[in-house]
Design a protein around this ligand. Sequence first.
Ligand code: GLA
Length: 396
Amino acid sequence: MRNRWTTALLVMGLGSVAWAAGIKISPSQTTPAKAASTTRPVVSARQTVSVQEQAWGTADDGKPVKIFIISGHQLTVRITTFGARIVSVETPDRKGKMADVVLGYDNLEQYERSTNTYFGAIVGRYGNRIAKGTFSIDGRTYHIPLNNNGNALHGGPEGFSTKVWTGRAIPDGVEMTLVSPDGDMGFPGMLTVHVRYSVEGHSLRIFYSATTTKPTVVNLTNHSYFNLNGDGRGNILNEVLMIPADRYTPVDATQIPTGELATVKGTPFDFRKPTAIGARIGENNAQLKVGGGYDQNFVLNGEPGSLHLAAKVYDPQSGRTLMVMTTQPGVQFYSGNFLDGTQHGKYGVTYEKYSGFCLETQHFPDSPNEPKFPSTLLRPGEKMRSETVFVFGVMR
Ligand code: GLA
C-alpha cells in the first residue's frame, strides 16, 4: 500500500493522477461566476452539472428551509440553507459503487436538535475557540456568550450553523448568503457573508467572502465529517492521512492555543508522511488527551492566500481518496472524539467515537487574542475572501 500511495502522491504532484482529474487549481477565485437564471433546474453549459432546489421543512424560527441537489459526473452533493450545511456527498469507491462520504442526519429537525456536532455546517462568525469569549478591537472589548468549557466555540451558541441562510442556484452549484446583524452573538458590525459551493469535475469548491460595517473578526470554515468508507459505517482509524505541516498550535486544558508554534517532529502530530489516523491516537500524549483524540490546528506549510495543499486521505478499504486544498493558513484536524453513540445518523447508522474526521480549513483558533497569529481582523471597506477545495477520487 505504501508504495502505491507514494507513487500516487508523486503522480498527483504532477497533477495528472486519475482521481485528481477534473481539478482546476487557480488562486484567482475572486471573480464570481455569472448568476443563474431563476429557471430550475439550472444546467451549466460548461459541464454537465445540474442544480435542483427543494423545500426541506420549516425551522424553529418559522423560516422555510431549502435543500439543493448538485449533481455532477459521479459526484452528487446536497446542501441545505439551515447552517449552509453539506448534508451528503456521494462518490464512487474503487469498484464504482456510490456511497455517501459525510456524516449527517435524515431531516431538519435532527440538525436543529444537535447543537454540538456541527455536521456539515458553515461555522462562524468565528470558527473554533475564542478564549473566555473575549477579545478587543481598537481598545474596545467584546464578549461572546460561552458554550465550551468557559470559551466561545464556533461563533457562540447561536452561531452561523444555527441560522437559516438564503440560498440560490448558480451555475454548477449554490450560493448561500447570511446577513449577520451588528451585535449578533456579541460580534461588532453587520457582516454580510456569501458562501459559494460548486461542483467541478471530481471537486467540491467552497468560496467564502465577507464584508463588515464595523471592525470585527471573522473565521469561516466548513465542519463536514468525512468517513471515506461510506454511509458513516465503521470508524476512520484505518484511513491514512497526510498533512503538510511542520508545526501545530498546542492547546491548554480548555483547548485554547498556548501561542506556541510547536514542531510536529517526533510527535503523533507528524502527518508529513501518510499515516493511519489510528496508528498513534492512543499514545500517552498530553495534547491527545485534552481532546480525547486529534483536535489540533496544523500550521500549513503552503503560502496563505494562494491555494495550497491542506491534507490527503486514503481509505484502504474502499479505495476512496480525498484531497483538500485551501487558501487558509491552518487546518483543524478533528477525529470525531465527541461522537458518543447518541447521534442517530443517515442510513440508520449510530455514530460512535471516531466515526468521522473533520479537516476544518481556517485561521488559527483564538487569533483575536494572539497577535503573532495571522490576523482575522476585518475592517469596513475590506473584503475577506477564502477558498477550499475538496477533491474526491479513488486509488485502485
Ligand atoms: C471542532 C473543535 C472540537 C469540537 C468540534 C465539534 O473541531 O475543535 O473540539 O468542538 O469542533 O464537536
